[in-house]
Design a protein around this ligand. Structure first.
Ligand code: ZN
Length: 151
């Protein structure tokens, strides 16, 4: 299936489709845990832009269980460590867009964005639906991050 970025729409939930595909490299899934998983954003705002998503198809933050949120945030921590080791960013945007009006492209499957930032970069997180040209392919990003994700 074709991925739809934040701001786009998909007939099938892209997170559920990625989990069901059982081809993690093609689906850009970096790692799976029982209640959450890490996946690269197919239309990144910066190299290494990834998301920690719930395994369960549920949208609003307040409907996630404490265990689901704990696992999601542990994956965010792992992602930050891996991104720091591979990309040496100066900071991160870590955030959730809840609801279409807030900029969520996938409104019914909870996920947390992790976007590495560098001093002097010009990306700003809430610019949505903007497909950027990046100096690195998604496959390259995947191969850089996958081995350093020690969980
Ligand atoms: Zn889903």
């Amino acid at each position: 299936m074709e991925y739809v970025s934040e701001g786009g729409r998909a007939d099938v939930c892209l997170f559920c489709a990625a989990l069901a595909a059982n081809d993690d490299r093609k689906s850009l899934i970096l790692c799976r845990r029982p209640k959450a998983f890490l996946i690269l954003n197919a239309y990144p705002y910066a190299p290494g832009h990834l998301m920690a998503a719930l395994t369960r198809h549920v949208g609003p933050l307040e409907e996630a269980t404490a265990e689901e949120l704990a696992e999601t945030m542990r994956l965010v921590q792992s992602a930050i460590r891996a991104l720091t080791a591979s990309y040496h960013p100066d900071g991160f945007n870590i955030g959730v867009n809840q609801g279409r009006v807030a900029g969520a492209g996938v409104v019914d499957h909870f996920h947390v964005h992790v976007v590495p930032r560098w001093n002097g970069d010009t990306n700003f997180m809430p610019v949505l639906g903007d497909v950027r040209v990046l100096p690195e392919s998604l496959g390259t990003t995947y191969d850089r991050l996958r081995p350093v994700l020690s969980l």
